[in-house]
Design a protein around this ligand. Structure first.
Ligand SMILES: Nc1ncnc2c1ncn2[C@@H]1O[C@H](COP(=O)(O)OP(=O)(O)OP(=O)(O)O)[C@@H](O)[C@H]1O
Ligand SMILES: [Mg+2]
Length: 491
C-alpha cells in the first residue's frame, strides 16, 4: 500500500532547480533508498518532506490524502521524522533532555520520570544509550541513536535518514541496518539515503535514483546491481576501480618521534607514536574511529600541543613548506558556513596579494578565484557568492579540498577525505591525491574505511588505542590482517 506519495515536486533556489518534477511512491513498512550524486537534490527533497522547505510546485499525499507540510512541527503531526545529515542535537544537554526537548506542555517537568521512560523506550527498540550523559561526550554512533529515539519519541511512522552511515564504523553500520530492518518489520516506513551502493541494495526494498534534480528511475533492489545504480546516478558508464600509480619515494618530509597528545577530556589519546613519511609516499592510517586518529592529525597540524616527543618537518624545505589539512569535521573545522564559497577558498591567503591590497580585500579577484575553483574542483554551485552552508554536503567537502590542495603542499594530512562524497567525487578526490603524490607530496591518509586505505596506501599503519601497533607494506598486506590489527591490536 502506498503510504506517502510525492507528485510533481519542484523546488528551485534562484535559477538552480534542485528538485525537478519529482514523482515517488513509498510503500508502507518498506525501506526506500534514495541515491544520487552530490548535489542531486536528495537532502532538499527530504527537507521538503520534513517541513523545512516548501515546494514551489507539486503535491504530497499521505495515505492518498493531500497534505501540506508547512513546518517541521506539522511534519511531526503527520508522523514524519528526519534524522539529519549533520546532527542537530544540543551538545550541552543530556541524551534524555535532547529527546524530550520541545515536546509536552507541562509546567512541572518530572525529569527523573522522563529518564526512566526514555531508558525503557531505548531498551524496547534495541537502541541502548546512556540516557544521562551529555551529547558532547557521546560517540557519533551513539548520538545517532539519540536522534533516532528522538523521532520515535515523537511517534514518527516515517523515518528519514540522510546519509546515516557516512560517519559510522562498520560495526555501527551493521547495528544500524539491523535496527532499520526491525523498525520496518514493526510497520515503520523508512527513507534511507546513502552513497554506499552495497548498503542500499543490502537494506532497501526499493530504490529511487536522482540525477541533477530529476528522477531517473525507481526499482526493486532485487533486480539491480551496484554497477547499474552507479551508471544511473552518473548518466554514463563508470569504472569503480582505482589504479595505484607507482612512484619514487623521496626524502623524509615528516618525522614524528615518540609523541603523546591528549584528547578534549584531558586523557592521553596518542602515546609513544613514531613514524617517518617520505616525499612521494602515502602512509595510510587504518583504525576504528576513536583510536587517536583525530588527536594525531591535530598534533601534526599544530592544533593540539604535544605532551611529549617531537615532530620534525623537512628542514631544507622550511621556507616554502606547506601543509594541507583536510579535517574530519567539515562543518565545524573545515569551513565558515556563513562565508561565501569564494571567501572560504582564500581563508589561508586572504592577507596576501592579489586577494588583499593596502589592507582591503579585493572582492573582484576573490570572486574570479572562486569561479576558477568551482570549475576546477567540479563544485556544483551556481556562483562563488553562494554561502558554503547552502551547498550540498559533498560539495562543501570539495571547497575544503580546493583550498587545502591549491599551492602544491609538501605534506597533506587527509582525514576521511571522501566521507559523504558520491562515487564519482570519491574517485576524483583519490585521483587528485595520487597526482599530488606523484608530484612529490607526502600524504598521511587517515580513514576508517579499510577498502579505501588498501587502495590508496603505499604503507599502512594500524592505529589502536593511540599507538601504531604495526606498519605494513601495502603490496603484501591483506584485508584480514589489517582488519584483525584494527579491531584487536593483536598481531
Ligand atoms: N538553501 C539553499 N540555497 C541555495 N542553494 C541550495 C540550498 N540548499 C540546497 N541548494 C542547492 O541545491 C542542490 C541540491 O542540494 P542537496 O543538498 O539537496 O543535494 P544532495 O543530493 O543532498 O547532495 P549530497 O550528496 O552532497 O548531500 C545543490 O546544488 C545545492 O547547492
Ligand atoms: Mg545531502
Amino acid at each position: 500500500m502506498t503510504y506517502l506519495r510525492l507528485e510533481n515536486i519542484t523546488k528551485s533556489f534562484g535559477n538552480l532547480i534542485a528538485n525537478d518534477n519529482i514523482n515517488i511512491s513509498i510503500v508502507a513498512g518498506s525501506i526506500h533508498g534514495i541515491l544520487g550524486e552530490n548535489g542531486a537534490g536528495k537532502t532538499t527533497l527530504m527537507n521538503i518532506l520534513s517541513g523545512l522547505y516548501q515546494p514551489d510546485l507539486g503535491q504530497i499525499y499521505l495515505e492518498d490524502k493531500p497534505i501540506k507540510i508547512s513546518s517541521p512541527s506539522r511534519a511531526i503531526n503527520y508522523g514524519i521524522g528526519m534524522i539529519h545529515q549533520h546532527f542537530m542535537l544540543v551538545p550541552q544537554l543530556t541524551a534524555t533532555e535532547n529527546i524530550i526537548l520541545g515536546t509536552g506542555r507541562n509546567f512541572h517537568l518530572n525529569l527523573s520520570a522522563k529518564y526512566r521512560e526514555i531508558k525503557a523506550m531505548a531498551k524496547a527498540y534495541n537502541l541502548e544509550i546512556p540516557t544521562n550523559v551529555k551529547i558532547a561526550n557521546l560517540s557519533i554512533g551513539t548520538q545517532q541513536r539519540v536522534e533516532i529515539l528522538k523521532v520515535i519519541y515523537r511517534q514518527a511512522k516515517i523515518l528519514i535518514l540522510d546519509e546515516p552511515t557516512a560517519v559510522l564504523t562498520l560495526v555501527e553500520v551493521n547495528y544500524l541496518l539491523n535496527i532499520l530492518r526491525q523498525l520496518a518489520r514493526n510497520n515503520h516506513t523508512i527513507i534511507f539515503i546513502s552513497h554506499k551502493l552495497e548498503e542500499v541494495i543490502n537494506v532497501c526494498d526499493t530504490v529511487t535514483v536522482l540525477r541533477r534534480g530529476k528522477v531517473v528511475d525507481t526499482m526493486s533492489t532485487g533486480v539491480t546491481t551496484t554497477h547499474k545504480l552507479a551508471e544511473m546516478m552518473v548518466g554514463r558508464e563508470v569504472n569503480l576501480t582505482q589504479e595505484k600509480i607507482p612512484t619514487q619515494k623521496g626524502n623524509i618530509v615528516l618525522e614524528v618521534k615518540n609523541i603523546e597528545v591528549k584528547n578534549d577530556l584531558g586523557l592521553s589519546a596518542v602515546h609513544n607514536l613514531s613514524f617517518q613519511l617520505h616525499s612521494g609516499e602515502i602512509l595510510g592510517v587504518a583504525g576504528v574511529d576513536g583510536n587517536g586518529q583525530r588527536e594525531l592529525a591535530d598534533g601534526i597540524n599544530g592544533l593540539r600541543s604535544l605532551e611529549k616527543g617531537e615532530i620534525n618537518f623537512a628542514d631544507n624545505l622550511t621556507d616554502k613548506f606547506k601543509v594541507g589539512y583536510i579535517p574530519e569535521d567539515r562543518q565545524k573545522m573545515g569551513l565558515i558556513l556563513n562565508f561565501s564559497i569564494a571567501r572560504n577558498l582564500i581563508l589561508k591567503l586572504f592577507k596576501f596579494l592579489p586577494f588583499c591590497s593596502y589592507g582591503f580585500l579585493q572582492s573582484g579577484v576573490i570572486n574570479n578565484y572562486g569561479k576558477d575553483a568551482i570549475e576546477k574542483f567540479d563544485i556544483r554551485a551556481s556562483h562563488p557568492q553562494l554561502k558554503a552552508g547552502q551547498l550540498s554536503g559533498g560539495n562543501q567537502q570539495k571547497i575544503i579540498l580546493g583550498r587545502e590542495l591549491s599551492g602544491e603542499p609538501n605534506l597533506i594530512v587527509a582525514m576521511q577525505p571522501t566521507r559523504g562524497l558520491d562515487i564519482g567525487a570519491t574517485k576524483y578526490v583519490q585521483q587528485i591525491l595520487l597526482a599530488h603524490k606523484q608530484k612529490g607530496a607526502a600524504i598521511l591518509y587517515i580513514s576508517t574505511e579499510l577498502e579505501e586505505i588498501m587502495a590508496m596506501s603505499d604503507r599502512i599503519a594500524i592505529i589502536y588505542e593511540g599507538k601504531f601497533v604495526d606498519i605494513l607494506d601495502a603490496a603484501t598486506a591483506t584485508v584480514e590482517q589489517v582488519g584483525l590489527l584494527m579491531t584487536s591490536g593483536a598481531k
